[in-house]
Design a protein around this ligand. Sequence first.
Ligand code: ZN
Ligand code: ZN
Length: 299
Amino acid sequence: MQVGNSTVLSSGTYWGQFEEISKYNTQLNVAERLWAAWYAWMQNDVLATGIMSFVMHEAVYFGRSLPWIFIDTLGLFNRYKIQGNKIPSLREQWDCAKFVLLSHFTVELPQIWLFHPMAQFCGLSTSIPFPTLWTMAYQIAVFFVMEDTWHYFSHRALHWGPLYKAIHKIHHQYSAPFGLAAEYASPIEVMILGFGTVGCPILWCAVTGDLHILTMYIWIVLRLFQAIDAHSGYEFPWSLHHFLPFWAGADHHDLHHEKFIGNYASSFRWWDYVLDTEYTPDALKRRRENKAKVSNKAQ
Ligand SMILES: [Zn+2]
Ligand SMILES: [Zn+2]
């Protein structure tokens, strides 16, 4: 692998590679050197990206779910629990974790292996230096908007009778969701919804030719945070949607699990608002008033 202006030796330990790279590339920051040393040491980009992606996903998924497990088990924030009478037991969460883990190893792992060749084919960069913070930030904002659109329409389609019974019913096993339940779903659903998470940045890259794999990683981490927090079952006075009114959050998705209808989007509220599928007390009131207006006119 070509790193900066020196070709890295193929032998030695990971830290040996790191030192070698540091010697010749003083302009790189520590994260960039760690990154370059990983690819140089692995000597196999497909494997390097595959392992990094899988480990990152596991660490973030379970790492982010852990605080919610503590909160549920210790009853720390019971007064902020949306469905206060339905606190998941440890047993329930453990069963869910086993299912999710099994699907990660059997369904997700093989797909992650395809990621590097696909990324390379579409021109994703794995090189250093990294893109600027601004570039990463605006691209991630675009991915949030794109993915939310994909999620809204495919999730709404999954609620159509036959598709619901065949695919989406599994995810709705928990009518009072918790963090770990975010990826509790049929493998087909994981593929359909995961296509939005991975496909949107790939599409962006195909059109603009400008995307670094690190931006993609940060996007996936943030999207995982969003999904796990939306399933947490807790609504706090400091939840993000109080500051960003168009942000969906747990308040939005918990009702979807409780009522099985409406609130189909993932990150934002605008699609549900525009297409009148919002399920909130306000939206229900608005719908009732509109209905009353129509029937008054008809009389
Ligand atoms: Zn659903
Ligand atoms: Zn859900």
